[in-house]
Design a protein around this ligand. Structure first.
Ligand code: COA
Ligand code: AMP
Length: 631
């Protein structure tokens, strides 16, 4: 039996001992009473009775252990030209001080704090400061519009919001503060206080009585100590797209999260404490939470906060510059970033300009890795390229090549095998596992390992309904795929209305809701059409109300503006077509899957239940008009 087989088997068959051993890597204030509390199944709690502090484990303990002078965080911002490094001692001091700022504003254990921040070190400081005082952070990605922020404010009712005066995108400064003000005005819940970091690129006007200047507050704050929290207390809420416009608030606990993430650093990523680990993502996404902030710091690594893009800041060589300059051991990013680099520098000429001998591995996740992108990266970087599959809900990888345990030969298109802790199965519609190689819904047998979602914020029943009900005893991932006879998992598509645009997860239902709000629109459908750069791009179909006289092009332009204003630029919604009707089943379900196949020029079977097959020709015609369905 290989090492993986042994570890994998133990993780499932001797689960409690396996995770109890992993938990020894975390400093506990009080050890747990039970490794897994299954008394309320299918809702499980890890390390029940345990008490710890996540911030202490990520910062203070490393200082105590002699890592105080090691860089904890390197801020590399090609977009502003700034470069700054913070040692563990410095990051601890800043975090303790900002924890003091929050405490001074009345934020206490269990209170929620929303962070709406660009990719700057203060975002990490604010997250860890919340963890330090037991407050629950909820980071909202900067590319979301005020309406999305307002939805999250109303859902998690934060005591305070932390933001910056602006974010910086190529060629433009994005004023965050007016968006924050608009969101607070829209929301029914009002935070008691906001802390605003003034950035020199564009300062913001502060609202007297509510807003506090980050720097002034830090200067006068008293550092706060770590507060003991239960292993089962929430560390953060991270909203992600579901099938409707109402996002799901994924709740992560403190104990299981710390144990699982620490375990992954050696066992999955094969990284040692003291090494430099770079996840080129954003703190607004789960990859940023887990692998820019928590895992590398829990492990005593140096993490990189990168404020830039893979191309254009200044060129497609910036990733290589950062790797060689900071001696990065492992890079983690989304395939779309590599597609962007490959498009600008197809022969990888810029790679040759840098010494990349420090780089051991490239990890890709967030969307399906197309074989072409993996092979390009392998050819030019000459290091293993590891695709791994996971979700906001799971918090860490479900399937992938566990580099610290055993490295499997790659089969392109598959992230390889289930990661220890995850009992992945492919289920048929009857809820039974299908034969190897057959397609079905990807599901994970309960209980999920530590670090996976505990519940949905304020919506336990929605958690049960959305994930645990269709296949009793399993967590339904929302992805479909197959597992071959060698145990290799392939993730092919979503089974719901979630799409993936440049590694960002979006709800077609959410975009449809916005389109339907337009006064001239009677009905809308949105699909994710294949895109060579971003993986998928949303394409909208709208049916207009009878008697609308406005030119279609004008309406389409308004719709594009509306989605940008309501959801945000991150939706990359640029294409909509006006059609007479959208294809539906006789029971009224919109045939998005068939429309997507037409857009992508794929073969499709005429759905037996379609109400009127002729509509599909009209859809094809409309799609050809906007550059799709050509093949
Ligand atoms: N604040 C405000 N606006 C933002 C933003 C932020 N934090 N992040 C992105 N946007 C805007 C962009 O400026 C862009 O606006 P535009 O329509 O005016 O051009 C829009 O949102 C879409 O952004 P993005 O998805 O970044 O696309 P892009 O065309 O600017 O760049 C890539 C394309 C491939 C370079 C980019 O998508 C990328 O770096 N992807 C990596 C994805 C990633 O890290 N995913 C995380 C999961 S691991
Ligand atoms: P998010 O929650 O934003 O991380 O998105 C999770 C979804 O992205 C998954 O459910 C998949 O649909 C997709 N995804 C993430 N990683 C991979 C991967 N390596 N291969 C295929 N799909 C992936």
């Amino acid at each position: 039996m290989g090492r993986y087989d042994e570890v994998y088997r133990r993780s499932l068959e001797d689960r409690d001992a396996f995770w109890a051993e992993a938990a020894e890597e975390i400093d506990w204030i009080k050890r747990w009473d039970k490794v897994l509390d299954d008394s309320n199944a299918p809702l499980y709690r890890w390390f029940a009775g345990g008490v710890l502090n996540t911030c202490y484990n990520a910062l203070d303990r490393h200082v105590a252990a002699g890592r105080g002078d090691q860089p904890a965080l390197i801020y590399d911002s090609p977009i502003t030209g700034r470069l700054k490094s913070f040692t563990y001692a410095e990051l601890t001091e800043k975090t303790a001080r900002f924890a003091g700022v929050l405490a001074g504003l009345g934020v206490a254990k269990g209170d929620r704090v929303i962070l709406y921040m660009p990719m700057i070190p203060q975002a990490v400081v604010a997250m860890l400061a919340c963890a330090r005082i037991g407050a629950v952070h909820s980071v909202v990605f900067g590319g979301f519009a005020p309406h999305e922020l307002a939805t999250r404010i109303d859902d998690c009712t934060p005591k305070a919001i932390v933001s910056a005066s602006c974010g910086i995108e190529p060629g433009r400064v994005i004023a965050y503060k007016p968006m924050l003000d608009a969101a607070i005005a829209q929301a029914s819940h009002k935070p008691d206080a906001c802390v605003i970091l003034q950035r020199p690129e564009q300062e913001a006007e502060l609202t007297p009585g509510r807003d506090h200047d980050w720097k002034a507050a830090m200067d006068s704050a008293k550092p706060a100590e770590c507060v003991p929290v239960a292993a089962t207390d929430p560390l953060y809420i991270l909203y992600t797209s579901g099938t409707t416009g109402q996002p799901k608030g994924i709740v992560r606990d403190n104990g299981g999260h710390a144990v699982a993430l620490k375990w992954t650093m050696k066992n999955f990523y094969d990284i040692e404490p003291g090494e430099v680990y770079w996840a080129a993502s954003d703190v607004g996404w789960v990859v940023g939470h887990s692998y820019i902030v928590y895992a590398p710091l829990l492990h005593g690594c140096t993490t990189v906060v990168f404020e830039g893009k893979p191309v254009g800041t200044p060129d497609a060589g910036v990733f290589w510059r950062v790797i060689s300059q900071h001696k990065v051991r492992a890079l983690f990013t989304a395939p779309t970033a590599f597609r962007a680099i490959k498009r600008d520098d197809p022969d990888g000429k810029l790679i040759g300009q840098y010494d990349l001998s420090c780089l051991r591995t490239l990890f890709l996740a967030g969307e399906r890795s197309d074989p072409d992108t993996i092979q390009w990266a392998e050819r030019h970087l000459k290091v293993p390229v590891i695709d791994h599959w996971w979700q906001t809900e799971t918090g860490w990888a479900i399937a992938g090549n566990p580099m610290g345990i055993e490295q499997f030969p790659v089969k392109y298109g598959s992230p390889t095998k289930a990661v220890p802790g995850w009992d992945v199965q492919v289920l048929g519609p009857d809820g039974h596992p299908v034969a190897p190689g057959d397609m079905g819904t990807l599901a994970c047998k309960l209980p999920l390992p530590p670090g996976s979602l505990a519940t949905l914020w304020n919506a336990e029943q929605r958690y049960v309904d959305a994930y645990l009900t269709e296949f009793p005893g399993y967590y339904m991932t929302g992805d479909a795929g197959f597992i071959d006879a060698d145990g290799y998992v392939s993730v092919m598509t979503r089974v719901d209305d979630v799409i993936n645009v440049a590694g960002h997860r979006l709800s077609t239902g959410g975009i449809e809701e916005v389109l339907c709000n337009h006064e001239d629109v009677a009905e809308a459908a949105v699909i994710g059409a294949a895109d060579t750069l971003k993986g998928q791009l949303p394409v909208g179909f709208v049916v207009l109300k009878a008697g609308v006289a406005k030119p279609e092009a004008e309406i389409v332009a308004e719709l594009v503006r509306l989605v940008r204003a309501q959801i945000g630029p991150v939706a990359a919604f640029k294409t909509a077509v006006v059609v007479d009707r959208v294809p539906k089943t006789r029971s009224g379900k919109i045939l998005r899957g068939t429309m997507k196949k037409i857009a992508d020029s794929e073969e499709y079977r005429m759905p037996a239940t379609i109400d009127d097959p002729a509509i599909l020709d009209e859809i094809g015609e409309a799609l050809r008009g906007v550059g799709y369905a050509k093949g």
